[in-house]
Design a protein. Sequence first.
Lengths: 590, 304
Amino acid sequence: MAEIIAHTIPGELHDSHAHPHELSFFRKYIWSEDHKTIALQYLFTSMAFLMIGGLLAMGVRFQLAFPNAPIPLIGTLLPSWLVTSAGAVQPGGYNGLVTMHATVMVFLVIMPFLIGVFGNFLIPLQIGAPDMAFPFFNALSYWLFLCSGLILLSSFFVPAGFPASGWTSYAPLSSHGLFNGTQAGQSFWCVGLFVNGLASIAGAANYITTVINMRAPGMSMFRLPLPVWALFVTAILLLLAVPVLSAAAAMLFFDLNFGTSFFSASNYGQPLLWQHLFWFFGHPEVYIMILPSMGLVSEIIAVNSRKPIFGYKAMVYAIVAIAVLGFIVWGHHMFVSGMNIVLSATFSFSTVLIAVPSAIKTFNWMGTVWRGSIRYTTAMCFALGFVSMFVIGGLSGIYMASTPVDLFIHHTYFIVAHIHYVLFGGSLFGVFGAIYFWFPKMFGRMMNETWGKIHFILAFVFFNCTFFPMHNLGLNGMMRRIADPPLYDHLRSSQPINIFVSVSAFCLGLSTIPFLINFFYSIFKGPKAPRNPWESNTLEWTLPSPPVHGNFATTPTVYHGPYEYSVPGMDTDYLPQSEPAPEAAKLAAH
Amino acid sequence: MLDDKNQSSKYDFPDSRMNESQYRKCGFAALLILVLLAIGVPVHAAERTTGLWWMPDVASKGGDQIDQLTYFIYYLTGGVFVLTQIVYVYFLIKYRAKKGVRATYSHGNNQLEIVWTAIPTAIFIGLWGYSNHMWLDILHKEPPPDTMQVGVTAYQFGFSFQYPGASGNLGRSDVKLLSASNLFGNDPNDPITKEDFQSSVLELPVNKPVRIRLNSRDVIHGFYIPQFRIYQDAVPGRTIDWVWFIPTKVGSFELACSQLCGSGHYNMKAPIEVVSQADFDKWYKGKLAAAASASSTSAAAPAK
């Protein structure tokens, strides 16, 4: 078989003899039912949304550092709901920026990056399947996702603009046009999330079915690579949690537009009901956004340490434990919401318990690099960075889990720091690492390692400069979602920290430029990738780069787990899952 | 009293424990300020001149306890962070790929897994016990009998306060009665309601327990006083009456809304004045007299 066969780049000739029949351009690139093409569709779309979400964050940080200063260059071009006539951000518009930054990053960037891109790309390849169980649903899922993104972003053009009640959209602020002043935008938000939920549910049902039914012979559950385990469990979380958000979004839409009162204080409605529904989805959502990244990072660390993952089964059990506990901790977002304070104690208890499996995972990653032989590829740098940042994000979570301390730091920048350490330093670093790691398999070319390292160092340094001081701002008592902090006596003296954070944030934004250039240049001009550039064990690396439609010419047979690295008695330090161990190899039971 | 929003710098209360941690942060702060100066960012005239990286000085009794717990978690998490990162970075340097050196083949160690499951579990449950004991102590315990009750109503975008009259008790209230003309949802049939008076400032006597009766007229607002380490959401449709605290320092503070509540959220606040008991009594008598004369002139128009 030729080394490079299929291409996903429009305009290039396709080597047709690998296929029984030639697909039309439309079926190959637009309505493609090939999981790899869908993964790339997700990849390019999420990258575009990442840029948009990042620009929104720049707007937020500009206003916080220089309150009421006109936005340079583009200020006067922006609509009047967002800026004053001089081009400075308005308080209401600021709320819109904050709301959309978070909504875009959560629903249109992190989730599709992890689940849309790597779920689609890796699950069939790593379990030895030709495609997903329901290819049609898979394509539908992508197009629904794209629609949801366009609906959410088109709220920019409606009267009063972006929804402005935060990504959590607490009712009754969100449920009455009179209160929020952005009825149209808020309605778009509900519809957008509802459609986004359909995309997630279609994807999740597909992943679960695929993992259960389509594993290659010999691929038992405990031989699954950890990314597949993480994505499988995540899909279960999605299937259980997302419908709750969809229902809540529909109820909110009715409250907003048809005068129902599910969430209003009058007419027997209940504002706290929204918070319970939202966080019943919202907390599993946090794990939906970190578990796949943990799986990807586990793979990258094991491969680049040339060592089996430390405690494979402990890692799997930890993922499952996080998923189960993730459904009974939602109340920790509501310690000070007016919920019964004895109930808070219960949620505080389940919250400290969920820290345990996270700690187990961290120790296992450290155990994996211990006595390894670490190759510092860019992917590995991001994965190792993930571990440190996740430790910070995890430890700062303990402050919030402690109910009395939460009284002080709830809804301050401390929590903003915490969530960004988990979602940016955690999830997004994992995504960057995974892009560098699987890029050769996706595009058949290598990315530039030097520019990759430059990207990593810039991102790592400016990430910490941006988000670490936010802990201090939180301890200063700086509330979230306030457009003009120096208006408050206790925050006036913190303004230099805000300026420092913003300047760092701008640099962090700019640090993606080397990545983007490297990414797009390498798609076309990078050196040709071999089948297995990282000398990895999992099944996708036995295929050509990129793999052809249908993946495996013959169904592979799996002989052992995915992490048999540096097995004694072998010449090479890796042992692909589809190759039987040679006689001399001394595999250990585990 | 009402107009001194910018005077909180006058009240600089030394606290030795706080200052130790400020010094610890000094090196990092100095470095950052150098960077800021180097890039020519104007540093605003500061209100707090020390400890800019740390918590504002605590000014309530429960707040003291919360700070102790915060420090405990700070040392615990800080210690864990430093230890794990030292070990981690040491591994990363020591076990970098070298020619001819192979990684050790090991799938892990079940005893180690048990150890590093059990130890964090024990620590976390212990921490939960400590936290929860304090949580119930601060919020769930009945306040002392001499507690003053103050009604607080939040609305887009401000706060109003209601003080009890001579009887020392606020009139009955019901969230269903809350409206623009009846900000506190008072029951007009309760005789002591008429004695209550309103204020735009939260005036509090120092060292006296105060219990708030918290309502919201429209959306969810936050009742947040960072110096008191206290935060509670005000939820429309329900009255929250379990929050109480004891201010321990004379001074001016700000009550801030910390729950996104709309386009005016960024500037939703109210002044808090903690004064000596004598000053408070003077203020209280003056307000009471003013309210009495106002109600006697408007007595012909009964509240609806």
